[in-house]
Structure formats: C-alpha cells, structure tokens
Design a protein. Structure first.
Length: 695
C-alpha cells in the first residue's frame, strides 16, 4: 500500500513521510500514475510516478496541484439541505442519517408510483470503475430507474471507431515516438494529452514531421511543422479528399486492402467524388495543403494519426471519425507498430461490466433511456406515452450538468423546478449543487479506493486511499450502499467493499497482486495489433462499408455531413463558434482552484483580427456573444488563434464565475450527432458585438 521511505525514485525525503501509489481520476487519455506524499495523515504533494512508463514522473499543471483541490477552503465537508430558493445556494448543515433517511423515503415514494421517474445523471468527474458506476449502477438497476445515455464527450467518435475497426482500439501510444509522420487531428495535445505530446516531440527531434489539423491555432499547432485550419465540421471532407489523392497517385497498399478490408470498391467510388478542389472549398483551406498532406501520408512510413474528440462534436462527427479511421488501412500503416491511428484504447480493456454493474438486478425490466445531452428539454417535459413519466427525482454525481450540458438556459429552467427532487454528490458548491435539495459531501481521489482503465494507453492502474476522508465526506460507493440498505435492497452485492469492487472490475483478466505491488499492470497486447488484420469486427477486417448501418437506413459508407448550423447559412449569425477547453481547466473541474483560475484570468472569446475590426471590437473589451438560444458576456481577445469566420469561446467556466452568470453553453444546442447521439458543441453559429455595458 505505502512505499518505503527513500531519497530517490519519487519517494519521500523525510523519513517520517510515506508515499502512496494512486491514479489520476480525470477525463484525460493519459491516466497518470500518482505518488502522494503523506505526513502525519496530511497529503503534502502529488507527483507523477517515475516507475510508470506512460507517466514518467510528469504531471500536468492541473493535477500537480491536486492537494489544493482536496484541502480547498470551500470544500463541502458535511451534508447540506436546501433552505432557500432553488439556485440560490442557500443551505444548512444536516446529519448524514437525517439526509439519507429523507432521500430514501422520497425515492421510495416516487418508485412506488413509477421508478422511471427517477434519473441518475453522471459522467467522468472520476473515470474510476468503482467510484464511477461500480455501486451506483447496481443501485439504479435494482431500483428500476431510467437509464442515462452517457454521451457528452466521446459517443460519436466511439461509434465511428466501432463501425469501422470493431471496437475502440488503435495503435499503442508509446510507438508514436518511432513514427516519421504524425498527424494530430482535433487535439490540443499540449493541454489535453501531455504524455503523448512528449513522445511526439521526441519523434520530431528524430526527424518526424508533425501536422496539426484544427480550426484553432492551438498551442500544439504552434509547435508543429504545419497547421491546417479547416472549418469546424469539415473533417470528413478532408479525409475523403486525402483518399482521392491516395487512389489517383496509387499510394495504396493493395495487398493489405485485399486481405484485411471490407467494402473497398464502394469506398473507392465515394472517395473519387472528392477531388482536393471540392474539399478545399468545403474546408476553407488551400488546395495545396490537401495535396501535400496526401503525398506525405501516402509516401511516409511509418505514418501515425493521433485523433482526438474535438473534431467529432458536430453533426457529422461519427462519419468524420469513420472516414479518418479508414486511412491507415489504405496505406498499410497498421503493418508497423509506429503506424495506424489512436483515438481511444478503451476497447482493449477487459472490464467485467456485467459482474461490476449487475444488470441482472433489473430482473427483466427495460427502463426508458434518456440522453444526457437533452437534459434541458427532458426536465421540462410532462408525462406522455412517448416520453414516459415526468422526471421527479435526479441524482447527480461525477458531473456538473448546469455548467457542462448544452443549451444551459434550458438546463437551468429544468433544475429550478420546485417539484424536482435533486440530490448532488459533490466536493464544492458548483452551479449544479446550487440547485440541489441535498448536497452530500464526496471524497476526492486521495481518500478512496478505485481502479482505472485508460483511453490513451493500455495499462490498468490502482488507486489506494492516501488519507482518511476529510470532515464527513463519504465515497460514492458508501452513499449508494447506505441508500440501498434504507430501501431494503438485500442482494449481497450491496455489501461488497470498495476493494472487492476493484477486484471485480477486471476479474482474473488482470493480476490484482501486480496492481497491489506496483500500482499498475500492462495489458498483454501485440506491439502492432492489426499488422495481419484481425480487427474486432465480425469479418476480422477494417470495415469501409458497414452493412449494419445500411440495414438501419444509414449510409454504409462514411461521408461528409454538413453542420446543423453551417457557416454562411444565417445572416443574423455569421460566425461559427467552437468552445475548446481552457488550458488550465478540465471540463468544469479545477475552475475553482484559485491558482489555476488566476492563470486563465477571465472567460475569453478569441476572434480573428478581420472579424474583430468589422465589429469595432478590441482586445480586453467586454463583448456580447449571442444567438437565438441566449447570450454570453466575456472578454474579447483578438488573436492569431482564431481563423476568419470562427470564434473560440474557451470553456468551461462555472456560470457563477462568468461576467453575467452564464457560460459558453448558453449558446450551444441540444442537437445530437449522426452516430452515437453525442453533443454538437462545435456546431454553433453566433454573432458578437460590444457589450452595452462594460461589466
């Protein structure tokens, strides 16, 4: 559990200190191994574990300050009960027993009428298998509550991978260091994938060419050899034009295509409809950039694509990922361990979900499913045959929907319903917690057990508690165990300890003793997993034409789908807006850590100089960003990071910390993507003008 005190290798320098191995819980592909130094029960610092090759002793700025979050003076350390209007943030302390008894009684009464009137709402506040859904899923299955479709981050891209490669799988991240061409597509890796970026930098020093594809000139784009600043939502058009050039110049691996792909003739016909000139017009980029990238990709070996989730948050996001995921098979890049593509590695992990989540507790019931993207509208719906019962109770954990869900004006209206019973498990008084009837103080990663997979590498990590829970904080698992007992759920699974849940998550597929001994275990995967095909599709081939999609009435081939809100389609709202994360926040997490917020300053909108000049806007000026869904005040920054016609609203600030009590999601819509029913945060038209008042 605790390392022997040492003076090297990340151990403590004070013989009275101990070091506890853990894992970063946050929604990031790096899933770092942590070392927490503890003195007399107090966590002094959190560092990266140098023994874990993917972490290599380094942490991002955010997580290196994790103790600031655990010991934050505004942390909630006792249960709270609402005493003022919804949204006022007015609460009074209450005992755990009183809170849990009342919550259980309210849920029992609602469930007696219709358990589907109860909805859990959670996502990736922790990526842990245990504190995420380990005990929560069991509780809601036994209760018969509505299912939540958890789509807010990666659903479109994940579905695009599954329909093409068969699962969320790809090349191993460590071999990017050997690639000679690295295409970083839809990712600001410096901010969101630090450890991959270190590999890319080493490859660059060794002679690799780095190309960044992103509407925004990010910090990553600054460091690459080339930046392709395409319009938001046009990635599939670019990918199809690359295919066109690969075909017409015969930069193809015909043997790999014949042996290991499905639907080549149909894809070839589709791609030949996309010459570079057509794609350049759609993407808003020079024709020569497409021609040059295709030549580089077709003639450089090994070539690797690091795809990330920014580019799939538009109407055609799933199709865009499908198109890009076809590229490595066309040139035989999968033959090389340093070739291929990585979007997510999560499909490699043998998580024993049935044993962990216990769907058998539903006992044949099939509750309705509600998409977390449409929570704003769904909270305002009345009972109907099509929708089912009105939502009467909402249990929120590991999420802050009032800040992060789209069209947040609607979300706020839903949360303000006086007849909605809302329970929030939280560390702080977030925008969502302000609307709760009860707030239950949750533990941080330093205070509980958990086990983690990753979507950026292929190691399993164990997190041990480094300190005792502060104040009266309880883990998510403890809360759901206590509620299960009060509701009379007597299945033995509700008595499983957190360590038992950690063991259950991977069963005998991962050696738990290895996790205990070193804090991580590497999955036994081949270096080049698809060198000889063997994709986890029904045919074992990379699927260009998906018959299953065609049978559902969808296009069996990947194609470019224009945005719901296409630039140029609205005179009132001529600017496209994307809302990439601010560098020092992670979604809405860390926004209240003062040292990080001080770095970010204030909510910012980046504008190209031409767009700013046309509107009489200067840097530092307060501007009103608006569309039919709402308005948002923030500071303008005239910046080379914005391309003409596109503004960048960096997020995700808590609404209460914004200039006028809103954030960028006041403007985003509840439309969903072509595949996976994910969000379209970057498919949004706005107008910008100087604010009527400077504050």
């Amino acid at each position: 559990m605790i390392d022997t005190p040492t003076h090297g290798g990340g151990g403590p320098t004070n013989p009275a200190d101990t070091v506890v191995r853990g894992a970063c819980p946050h929604d990031c592909p790096d899933t770092c191994a942590l070392l927490t130094t503890v003195h007399n029960g107090v966590a002094l610092r959190v560092q990266g574990n140098p023994a874990h090759r993917h972490t290599d002793g380094a942490l991002c700025t955010k997580v290196s300050r994790y103790t600031e979050r655990s010991y934050h003076p505004e942390r909630i350390l006792q249960p709270l009960k609402r005493v003022g209007p919804k949204g006022s943030g007015q609460f009074a302390p209450v005992g755990w027993d009183e809170a849990l008894d009342d919550i259980a009684a309210r849920l029992k009464a609602i469930a007696a009428r219709d358990p589907e009137a109860i909805l859990p709402y959670s996502y990736a506040g922790t990526m842990g298998q245990v504190q995420g859904e380990g005990m929560a899923a069991r509780f809601f299955h036994q209760l018969g509550a509505s299912h939540l479709e958890r789509t807010i981050c990666a659903a479109a891209g994940g579905e695009g991978l599954v329909t093409t490669l068969g699962a969320k799988v790809g090349m191993k991240v460590e071999f990017f260091v050997e690639a000679k061409l690295i295409v970083i597509w839809g990712s600001n890796s410096i901010a969101s994938n630090l450890h991959f970026w270190r590999l890319a930098q080493q490859a660059k020093r060794d002679g690799a060419r780095l190309v960044c594809i992103d509407p925004r000139r990010s910090e990553t784009a600054d460091k690459c050899h080339e930046h392709i600043a395409l319009r938001p939502g046009t990635d599939a058009a670019l990918a199809l034009a690359l295919m066109h050039e690969l075909i017409t110049h015969d930069w193809l691996d015909h043997d790999y295509i014949a042996q290991h792909t499905l639907g080549w003739d149909a894809l070839r016909e589709r791609a030949l409809q996309w010459p570079p000139e057509r794609a350049a017009e759609v993407c808003g980029i020079p024709v020569q950039q497409i021609i040059d990238l295709a030549r580089a990709y077709g003639t450089t070996k090994p070539a690797a694509i690091r795809l990330n989730y920014g580019m799939q948050r538009v109407r055609g996001g799933g199709n865009a990922v499908r198109a890009i995921a076809c590229l490595p098979a066309l040139v035989g890049a999968w033959r090389h361990r340093a070739g291929g593509l990585l979007l997510s590695a999560s499909g490699h992990f043998p998580v024993q979900r049935a044993a962990l989540h216990r769907p058998d507790l539903l006992a044949g019931r099939q509750p309705r499913t509600i998409n977390m993207i449409t929570i704003g509208d769904d909270l305002l719906r009345d009972s109907s045959p099509a929708f089912g019962p009105k939502i009467e109770a909402l249990i929120v954990y590991n999420s802050n929907p009032v800040a992060v869900a789209p069209e947040s004006g609607q979300v706020v209206k839903g949360f303000e319903r006086e007849d909605l019973f809302t329970v929030v498990l939280e560390h702080f008084l977030t925008d969502t917690a302000d609307h709760a009837d009860y707030i239950l103080p949750a533990t941080t990663q330093l205070e509980h057990w958990d086990v983690h997979a990753s979507y950026g590498h292929t190691d399993v990590l164990l997190n041990r508690p480094a300190i005792e829970p502060l104040g009266q904080a309880r883990s998510n698992t403890d809360v759901f165990r206590a509620l299960a007992a009060r509701l009379g759920f007597d299945d033995p699974c509700f008595s499983d300890s957190d360590e038992t849940l950690c063991r259950t998550a991977f069963g005998d597929q991962v050696d738990f003793q290895t996790l205990l001994d070193q804090g991580f275990a590497t999955l036994p995967l081949p270096d080049a997993p698809f060198a000889q095909g063997g994709f986890p599709t029904p045919s074992g081939r990379c699927t260009f034409f998906n018959a299953g999609l065609a049978a559902m009435g969808l296009d069996g081939l990947p194609d470019h789908l224009p945005n719901f809100e296409t630039p140029g389609s609205s005179e009132r709202y001529p600017l496209a807006m994307i809302s990439p994360p601010a560098r020092n926040f992670l979604n809405s997490t860390f926004v209240n850590v003062k040292s990080l917020r001080d770095i970010e300053g204030e909510p910012v909108l980046e504008l190209h100089a031409a767009d700013a000049a046309a509107r009489g806007i200067q840097s530092g000026q307060v501007v009103r960003v608006f569309n039919d869904r709402g308005e948002y005040l923030c500071k303008a920054e005239v910046s080379k990071r914005a391309r003409p016609g596109v503004v960048n609203g960096l997020g995700i600030w808590w609404r209460k910390l914004g200039l006028a009590g809103t954030n960028v999601n006041q403007l985003t819509s509840q439309h969903v993507t072509d595949l996976g029913r994910g969000p379209v945060f970057y498919d949004c038209l706005v107008e910008v003008e100087p604010a009527a008042s400077p504050t």
